[in-house]
Design a protein around this ligand. Structure first.
Ligand SMILES: Nc1ncnc2c1ncn2[C@@H]1O[C@H](COP(=O)(O)OP(=O)(O)O)[C@@H](O)[C@H]1O
Ligand SMILES: [Mg+2]
Length: 393
């Protein structure tokens, strides 16, 4: 019989939810049984996924669950331990101040960055449409408040960035914070769910409460898809509670007066988002952060050789050739490929010690590197993003 991915996924999510519930209730025998089931199912999902990204995700899940299983066998209940950690970890700053009410709310969550990023949108290669939308929705309201408020009652921005990994979603968010020079928090939703079992809804609320204290503020929620598929599905009640808390906080997160409140979320799996997140008023601006075009790839090539252009001047390796061969790779992969290409010439220079003091980077260095580099972004996954963009999935 053919492998039914959706059904297996549902059974897996259900086993995972029951694992957590049992362990949290202190029922270790049932928890262990569901955990074994979840381990088996994650292995099956990893082995049978048609999409590389899913394969990787379920292999990681499988490894994570096996670790939990070892901890359980060693006599620990990892779920209870994790639950206690944030409470303990959250108090020391205020130790000695008594146990006054509202103490938790006034504590910094630790998610807000201390330094304003030094990068700006000028550092982003390509993605012209994305940059245009960001200028229009986020940057220009700050510079032209009177004009904007003539047309709008509020200038809150809720942007969802989606696209293949390594194409600059997190980087663009950092650049926006660099442009706005405002309070900026980066939050990995998967981390919050994982670290604060049982406490995550409270953490989400604390983050939004802290954000309220700033006039202008940007919250960046990475891996927002971790908040799960449909709330109606049989998934962990923990995730559901966090999603509900998130949606409630988001509705109340509105600018007062002429302040600016921006929420940006990013995902590599937009099709896995709860529909409540993407309907109007929630993440109403959706931006496809896609692979770099010719010009953007040239940007990366120029950047790689900016400090030492002599490395390719007069070599048989031309920028044009690199731009052509790097089509289909993400900005992150292009950066890695170019660094590895230079490493290859460096290795030669170390071995040959030429009189000029260095070896040029050659076409062979580059071709060898690209040939040996596995592109994690498959044509299939791109089709899936296109389908999402067109609203087909
Ligand atoms: N369009 C781009 N412009 C500039 N740098 C990029 C771009 N895309 C990727 N990069 C580089 O790759 C790194 C990884 O990208 P990242 O923003 O983490 O990707 P994503 O969040 O989409 O997975 C960034 O820190 C940046 O150095
Ligand atoms: Mg990212």
């Amino acid at each position: 019989m053919a492998f039914d991915f959706q059904t297996k996924l549902k059974t897996y999510e259900s086993a995972l939810a029951k694992t957590k519930e049992s362990f949290l209730a202190g029922d270790v025998p049932s928890g262990s049984m569901f955990l074994t089931k979840a381990i088996e199912l994650s292995a099956e999902l990893a082995a049978n996924s048609a999409i590389d990204e899913f394969k990787a995700r379920f292999s990681t899940e499988n490894a994570r669950l096996k670790k939990i299983q070892s901890a359980v066998k060693a006599g620990n209940n990892p779920f209870l331990k994790k639950q206690a950690a944030p409470v303990e970890g959250g108090s020391p700053e205020k130790e000695g101040n008594g146990n006054g009410q509202g103490k938790e709310e006034s504590q910094p969550t630790g998610f807000f960055k201390k330094d304003i990023p030094s990068v700006t949108l000028a550092d982003v290669a390509g993605l012209e449409e994305v940059k245009r939308e960001i200028r229009l929705n986020v940057l220009l309201p700050l510079q032209n408040p009177d004009l904007y408020f003539r047309y709008k009652d509020e200038t809150g921005s809720r942007i969802l960035m989606y696209g293949p990994p390594g194409c600059g979603k997190s980087f663009v968010a950092e650049c926006i914070a660099g442009e706005l020079k405002c309070a900026y928090a980066v939050l990995s939703v998967a981390d919050i769910l994982d670290k604060y079992v049982g406490e995550a809804p409270k953490r989400v609320k604390a983050i939004f409460d802290e954000a309220e204290k700033y006039d202008n503020c940007l919250l960046f929620f990475d891996e927002i898809d971790s908040l799960g598929a449909s709330r109606d599905s049989d998934e962990s009640s923990h995730t559901k509670d966090v999603l509900t808390a998130f949606l409630t906080c988001m509705s109340g997160f509105k600018p007062k007066g002429k302040s600016l409140k921006v929420i940006i979320a990013a995902t590599n799996r937009p099709w896995a988002l709860d529909s409540a997140l993407i309907r109007g008023q929630r993440f109403d601006t959706q931006l496809y952060v896609t692979l770099p075009d010719d010009e953007a790839r040239l940007f990366f090539v120029k950047k790689a050789f900016k400090k030492h252009p002599e490395l390719i001047e007069g070599s048989d390796l031309t920028p044009q050739y690199m731009v052509e061969r790097l089509e289909g790779f993400s900005g992150a992969d292009i950066t890695t490929i170019l660094a590895k290409t230079k490493d290859s010439a460096l290795a030669r220079a170390l071995e040959e010690r030429p009189v000029e003091g260095y070896c040029k980077v050659t076409k062979e260095d580059f071709d060898k590197t690209v040939d040996n580099y596995r592109n994690p972004i498959t044509p299939d996954s791109l089709l899936q993003f296109e389908a999402f963009r067109k609203g087909v999935i």
